[in-house]
Ligand binder design. Structure first.
Ligand SMILES: [Zn+2]
Ligand SMILES: [Zn+2]
Length: 334
């Protein structure tokens, strides 16, 4: 981006800030907009897809955008959804698999490069603060060059913030939302695995003036803990796996892999991960019924292939839950 364009963008950003200030001093609207959830990316796992983007969701309250997960491509998904990426101030990461955390740094970076001068903060499990230090080093050459091109008021280090959060209570609150976190059942490490004792996967519960929304994050069936956490939610956004479809998909993927054949036992190992670390539709139905949620939105489809019928994911939920069940697509709004 050249200097003229940057000046233009900075001018637009200044205008935007002015508009925000004006809006804040105006009388409140008689019917404030309801809380919205936008499923920005609904593909589960790091495999790229033509039809689904990597996991990300937006909760929009009174014009503020809260991001839940930031898989690869989140900036474009926000743009396609008509959401101004510069207005994202808080990012919540459910866990540090790369399909969920790949692009929060990129988002912050582009916010800075295009004129945002207000802090942006990411909340996630242990490891998130370390990731920010890594991202600041990764971003430094770009920051140095852009700062030499045009006067940049603040260094990224002063605006990008990260907080490792502990499950078990409120992790963030402002005038729009109260956000709580609970640990879920996504990791089942081998007993001899090292260096992962602090790694946790989280679910988030957003409470606003008009809605309660619970995001399961990635999890295997988790029993009473998640039932209590999701209690009475208006919307439960839950991950889902179809074991028959994922086995067929893995077999095809392995058969098409160039080079050496996969080692014996790999398919069985991967299927164990799928069964333990993700949730089949029937268990989502049991959870939704026990928690008394009003609506289930399925997302993070595994395998999520282009020709998977929705029924492969939805029907099992409906066996146990009588409310609405929706198989989300990218950019749907609830
Ligand atoms: Zn995932
Ligand atoms: Zn995961």
């Amino acid at each position: 981006m050249g200097i003229d364009l940057i000046k233009h963008v900075l001018g637009a950003a200044a205008a935007c800030l002015w508009l925000t200030a004006a809006a804040q001093t105006a009388a409140p609207a008689p019917n404030p907009p309801a809380t919205r959830v936008v499923t920005l990316g609904t593909q589960g796992g790091p495999l790229p897809s033509r039809n689904r983007a990597q996991p990300a969701n937006a909760v929009v309250v009174n014009g503020a955008i809260y991001l839940v997960d930031a898989g690869n491509g989140v900036l474009r998904q926000l743009t396609l959804a008509g959401l101004d990426y510069r207005r994202v101030s808080q990012i919540f990461i459910t866990h540090n698999h790369d399909d969920h955390n790949a692009d929060w740094g990129t988002l912050m970076g582009v916010q800075w490069s295009t004129g945002r001068r207000a802090p942006v903060q990411v909340f996630g499990p242990a490891g998130t603060e370390d990731m920010l230090q890594g991202f600041l080093r990764y971003f430094e050459p770009n920051a140095r060059i852009r700062s030499a091109d045009a006067k940049m008021a603040e260094a990224p280090r002063n605006l990008f913030r990260a907080k490792d959060v502990q499950p078990g209570g409120v992790v963030y609150q402002d005038a729009n939302v109260k956000v709580s976190a609970a640990e879920v059942c996504h990791y089942h490490f081998r007993p001899d695995a090292t260096g992962v004792t602090n790694d946790k996967a989280l679910a988030f519960r957003f409470e606003t003036a008009d809605k309660v929304i619970v995001f399961s994050g990635d999890t295997g069936a988790c029993g009473e803990a998640l039932v209590a956490f999701a209690k009475g939610a208006d919307i439960l956004v839950h991950e889902v796996v179809s074991l028959p479809l994922v086995e067929a998909s893995l077999r095809a993927f392995m058969a098409s892999q160039p080079g050496a054949r996969p080692p014996p036992g790999l398919l069985e190992e991967l299927m164990r991960h799928m069964a333990d670390d993700h949730t089949v539709p029937e268990d989502i139905g049991r959870l939704a019924a026990a928690a008394g949620v009003k609506k289930v939105v399925l997302s993070h489809f595994v395998p999520g292939r282009d020709d998977d019928p929705d029924s492969a994911y939805v029907d099992g939920v409906k066996k146990h839950f009588s409310g609405p069940v929706i198989a989300a697509r990218d950019l749907m709004e609830f």
